[in-house]
Ligand binder design. Structure first.
Ligand code: IVH
Length: 694
């Protein structure tokens, strides 16, 4: 005879309150760990809230069951009049910073370590634990018999401030350690705010009309140094452990990486982006790998940290003043810098989009000299309240377009009587296009204002031509900004079709154009006549039709005429084409001017192989997203991409939770690391081919 399984609900009343409280605490802690440390939530928020409420109700009902390490006790304290000083048993040191951001910086460190250890070239490479340099506030957590009893800031390294109440609000920090905990364990690490948490927090604050945080780093430091723990509790703080302070009753691992593994075992969050490497080459490799993925990280870093892995060698190396000889922070070029705004202008994009742009005094940031920074749109420009003469923070991260982060209000001219009061008025979007004079309009529900001039507007015409000629479209080599500018300004071309009609003479007569390069351009234009349907569709510059959509459309319809004849319903049968894209396509082909240009292009000799319309290919690969990284033994990246797309799969540029497969070859870098971190299936070329054959 079998009994129906007993559910948690029916088990509940049978349990003693003390047992139920203990069970609830354990369950909530497990969910907290999964959510905050492992980043892999195990239950829906509503269910979590239900457990939490049940625990709180039981604790209220049975005050004798209260305990300082209950998950309900994270915010309990009252505002403090001030923080009490805490003396660190083991001082909190700082790390020497290597300001040489190139590979030579890593070599210099390895060289110093080897010299100190009196090694010569014949001796083996040193093993290093390498990790990220987090950009927040250093904290020391004191666990006695596994219980969090105190948390302190670094202060001057000898004496910090007792911020226990605030630290208890940080969900990522366990109130007690799991497993068999030492009598005393001091854990050191960094409290920080992730970028998405920061954006979300500020968006909410703005909605509520409350003050926002200036940047994640100040936000983290300011939150921990709040006297009112209720305020700290509202801030989305995170934490990573990176080292130890005082320890009693624990057999120390022999390496730093072993220490971090042990801390993770105790339930503390330790960043996954760490490694053990050998010698200067290993350091350089890690520095480059992290640099390549810096923008994909969800939090800010300003470099990486190298630590001699062996704790015995660390001891031998010791300290100079307040800095250990066994560690160094190797920086990256700063992504933010201060400069001044010389003018605010608007730019007109290919589809007429009006973008306010700040012209800046040249400043070196993110590895290049920046003179312009985007203000995105009217609303953003107003929100940031950027004005001519302002000192601003500009940010250039990776290949992203430089942007104005914020104004340094204290430096605004006119706010200080001494400078004669030269404050400029707030930015206003012009009513007419600065290029063609057509009206600028912004639909009610959109953030972007547009010039209504269409291809009458030379700015839009130039952008449309540049797009048409771009590498992934018609791929006309040599037809760049300057030339398009001259061709349009001299009325030599108006539409893409004119490109195929112009002769050598027209180009040679342009300023600074040699006969040879004019010939090269004409040859490139000639060559571009033989193309593919997908490239041609993409080149047309239909709004909302990017490269991937153009490929989908080409595959589905097989011919341009088929596409041109399609109505919205038919278009929406194409994977990933929704009503917005469909309506853009229909509107584009409803415009007689566009049809005329297309006919002229075809008459001018632009052609591509056409096929039969494809009834939606469906394979095992359909709808799956691949990321290619590294060098495959026999396939080029384009070949692999074509194979995937032919079976209805997609190829993305970066790894995310949505990636189904990563195909990795030799020298695969950060994408492979990220895939491993996310548990994405990784294939080599052989496995990839097998998958496609299925
Ligand atoms: S170890 C003995 N590791 O950098 C070395 N510090 O100047 C002690 N920091 O404010 C520090 N990431 O908070 C270490 N992975 C990391 C770090 C790190 C950031 C901060 C630390 C301190 C500063 C050191």
């Amino acid at each position: 005879m079998s009994l129906p399984a007993q559910s948690a609900e029916s088990a509940k009343p049978a349990m003693e309150p003390a047992q139920r409280v203990a069970a609830l605490r354990q369950e909530i802690e497990q969910h907290d760990h999964a959510y905050y440390v492992l980043d892999a939530p195990t239950i829906p928020d509503a269910e979590y809230d239900r457990l939490f409420r049940e625990l709180r109700a039981l604790e209220l009902e049975h005050p004798q069951l209260n305990s300082a390490d209950s998950p309900t006790q994270r915010v309990g304290g009252k505002p403090l009049p001030e923080f009490s000083p805490v003396r660190h048993g083991v001082p909190m040191l700082s790390i020497r910073t290597e300001t040489d951001t190139e590979a030579s910086g890593a070599r210099a460190f390895d060289g110093r370590v080897r010299r100190e250890l009196e090694l010569n070239d014949a001796d083996a490479a040193i093993e290093y634990a390498v990790e990220l340099k987090f950009d927040g506030l250093a904290i020391s957590l004191r666990y006695e018999s596994g219980l969090l009893v105190r948390a302190a800031t670094r202060g001057d390294g000898e004496t910090g401030e007792d911020v226990t109440q605030n630290i208890r609000t940080v969900r990522r920090i366990p109130l007690h350690l799991s497993g068999v905990a030492p009598a005393l364990l001091e854990v050191r690490g960094e409290v920080f705010i992730s970028r998405p948490d920061f954006e979300r927090y500020n968006a909410r604050q703005r909605d509520l009309g409350r003050a926002t945080l200036v940047n994640p780093r100040n936000g983290a430091a300011g939150s921990i140094r709040q006297l009112d723990p209720a305020v700290a509790a509202e801030r989305p703080l995170s934490f990573f452990a990176y080292g130890l302070g005082e320890c009693i009753g624990w057999k120390l691992p022999v390496t730093h990486s072993g220490v971090l593994d042990a801390l993770a075992e105790f339930g503390l969050p330790v960043c996954e982006h760490r490694a053990v490497v050998k010698g200067a080459d290993g350091l350089i490799d890690f520095h480059a790998r992290i640099r390549a993925m810096r923008d994909e990280l969800s939090f800010d870093i300003d470099g990486v940290v190298y630590k001699v892995n062996s704790l015995a060698l660390q001891q031998r190396l010791g300290f100079v003043t307040r800095e250990p000889r066994w560690a160094v922070a190797h920086k990256y070029p700063a992504e933010e810098a201060l400069t001044t705004v010389e003018a605010i202008e608007v730019q007109v994009g290919r589809t007429g989009a009006i973008t306010p742009v700040a012209r800046l005094a040249p400043v070196f940031v993110g590895g290049v000299t920046v003179t312009n920074a985007t203000l995105h749109n009217e609303a953003e420009a107003r929100r940031k309240d950027v004005r001519v003469g302002d000192t601003v923070i500009v940010r250039r991260a990776g290949d992203v377009i430089p942007e104005v982060v914020s104004v340094v209000m204290e430096k605004r001219p006119g706010t200080d009587q001494a400078d004669g009061g030269g404050m400029h008025p707030a930015f206003e979007l012009p009513k007419a296009c600065p290029v063609c004079g057509s009206a600028i309009e912004r639909p009610e529900d959109e953030a972007i204002a547009r010039c209504t001039g269409g291809l009458f507007c030379p700015a839009q015409r130039k952008q449309a031509l540049l797009h048409f000629a771009s590498r992934r479209a018609m791929d006309i080599e040599g037809l760049g900004d300057k030339l398009v500018e001259q061709l349009v300004d001299n009325a030599i071309i108006k539409t893409p079709a004119d490109l195929y009609k112009m002769g050598l003479l027209a180009i040679v007569n342009l300023e600074r154009m040699a006969e040879k390069s004019a010939g090269n351009i004409l040859a490139a234009i000639e060559k571009s006549k033989t193309t593919t349907l997908a490239r041609f569709i993409f080149a047309l510059g239909i709004r909302n039709v990017g490269e991937a959509t153009a490929k989908d459309l080409a595959r589905h319809f097989g011919s341009l005429d088929g596409l041109m004849a399609a109505d919205s319903d038919h278009l929406q049968q194409v994977p990933d084409v929704g009503p917005i894209v469909a309506s853009s396509v229909v509107r584009f082909f409803a415009e007689p001017h566009n049809i005329e240009v297309i006919e002229q292009l075809r008459a001018g000799g632009v052609s591509w192989p056409e096929g039969a319309p494809m009834e939606s290919v469906s394979s095992f690969i359909t709808g799956k997203t691949f990321v290619l990284t590294g060098t495959l033994p026999t396939l080029t990246r384009d070949e692999a991409k074509d194979m995937i797309e032919a079976l209805g799969g997609k190829v993305a540029g970066s790894v995310s939770k949505k990636t189904d497969y990563v195909v990795a070859g030799a020298e695969a870098g950060s994408k492979l690391d990220k895939a491993q971190g996310l548990g994405v299936t990784i294939l080599d070329e052989k496995q990839f081919r097998e998958l496609l054959e299925q």
